[in-house]
Design a protein around this ligand. Structure first.
Ligand code: FMN
Length: 388
């Protein structure tokens, strides 16, 4: 196995191994990709305060997320079509998360179904749900998650309509991939990916085909998707979803303090400060810049997590020091998955953990629970000093 010392190493292998259509699907933001880029680059504006001659033995990154024990404050974010990045990708990712001791969140738009993941893992996972119009489908999704022993539901609130990603349109993104001369020519250079894909039956949207009314075959899926996402979503509707699920609830996709307050009012247990990895509103603030005002507004009322842009343990450390209880990673683990399946996701987690643990020590802290803003140097005006 090649030496994997940073997430970027996994990304290079991933790019070689996976068809361009799916690499581009992952490695894109919406429109100009400003928010996608700034999600990561804004972390570089925050500095870590080095301390010396402080006993750094006996370090621990273990903590709790929504009351659940985790080996470090990291969760695997819901990522649609993961099973196209690697055959049975959701099962591989969930297994790696389970072995590492961090939560795995399955997307509504996954290839492996809730039941597939439950049958092939033993740790409870989290289930992400999109806010769709179809009440029956929504109730069934929550019921299926309950039956699969999911330990939290995650409602994603930032996708009432889809931000445009140019490459997906140009590549004709679909699952399974449409066979055009261009896509076939590209897939012929991805032999290992293709051989593994041929060995699995899981090549369609497992949570939807056969479960949503009128979607019994994959060709009817695109019509269903276009018609199902609810542009009329409001907080009352989210309250209805809260009633459909009696377990821990996380609301994902908050970037504004006012929305964070609304999420507290619907009885969520946690929120995820997120702009969907820069895939929705291009021109929105990066998550790390949005975090401080949200902490000020709701930090004492609800558990606050953050995602979007995290590529290293140092990024995790900065977000935690600014008050996030946990960080979710999307692309950072998908690179590992596409590169080498479960092993690659484990490598991504190992790399991030090592960076987090070592950097925490070099900041003079030995327990992740004691990490606070004192370890950071944040430039004045980092979170914005905006015109009203
Ligand atoms: C390829 C891809 C697919 C995604 N699909 C979903 C999804 O189905 N549901 C969801 O709530 N978020 C989805 N997201 C957003 C992630 O959950 C997460 O917010 C984002 O990836 C975090 O940014 P990062 O990739 O920079 O870590 C997706 C992200 C990517 C990159």
């Amino acid at each position: 196995m090649p030496h994997i010392t940073e997430i970027e190493d996994l990304k290079r292998i991933y790019r070689r191994r996976v068809p361009k259509m799916f690499y581009d699907y992952c490695e894109s933001g919406s429109w100009s990709e400003q928010t996608f880029r700034e999600n990561s680059s804004d972390f570089d504006d925050i500095y870590l305060r080095q301390r010396v001659a402080i006993d750094m033995t006996g370090r621990s990154t273990a903590t709790k997320l929504i009351g659940q024990d985790v080996a470090m404050p990291v969760a695997l974010a819901p990522v649609g079509l993961t099973g196209m990045q690697h055959a049975d990708g959701e099962i591989h990712a969930a297994r790696a998360a389970e072995k590492f001791g961090v939560p795995y969140c399955l997307s509504t738009m996954s290839i492996c179904s809730i039941e597939d993941v439950a049958e092939n893992t033993s740790a409870p996972f989290w289930m992400q749900v999109y806010t769709l119009k179809d009440d029956d489908f929504m109730q069934r999704l929550f019921d299926r998650a309950k039956a699969a022993n999911c330990s939290a539901a995650v409602i994603t609130v930032d996708l009432q309509l889809l931000g445009q990603r140019h490459k997906d349109i140009k590549n004709g993104l679909s699952a399974p991939p449409k066979l055009t001369p261009k896509s076939v020519a590209n897939m012929m250079t991805k032999v290992q990916w293709g051989l593994e894909m041929l060995q699995t039956k899981r090549r369609f949207f497992g949570n939807i085909v056969g479960h949503a009314k009128g979607v019994d075959d994959p060709s009817s899926l695109s019509t269903w998707t276009a018609e199902s996402f609810d542009q009329a979503l409001n907080w009352d509707r989210i309250r209805e979803f809260r009633k459909m699920w009696d377990g821990p609830l996380i609301i994902k996709g908050i970037i504004d303090p006012r929305d964070a307050l609304e999420a507290c009012n619907v009885g969520a247990d946690a929120i995820v400060v997120s702009n969907h990895g820069g895939r929705q509103l291009d021109g929105a603030l990066s998550s790390i810049r949005a975090l401080a005002p949200i902490m000020d507004a709701v930090g004492d009322k609800i558990e606050v997590h953050l995602d979007s842009g995290i590529r290293s343990g140092q990024d995790v450390l900065k977000a935690v020091a600014m008050g996030a209880k946990g960080c979710w990673i999307g692309r950072a683990y998908v690179y590992g998955l596409g590169a080498m399946g479960e092993k690659g996701v484990s490598e991504a987690l190992r790399v991030i953990h090592k960076e987090l643990d070592s950097s925490m020590g070099l900041c003079g802290r030995t327990d992740i629970g004691e990490v606070d803003r004192d370890i950071l140097m944040i430039p004045k005006g980092f979170s914005g000093d905006w015109e009203a």
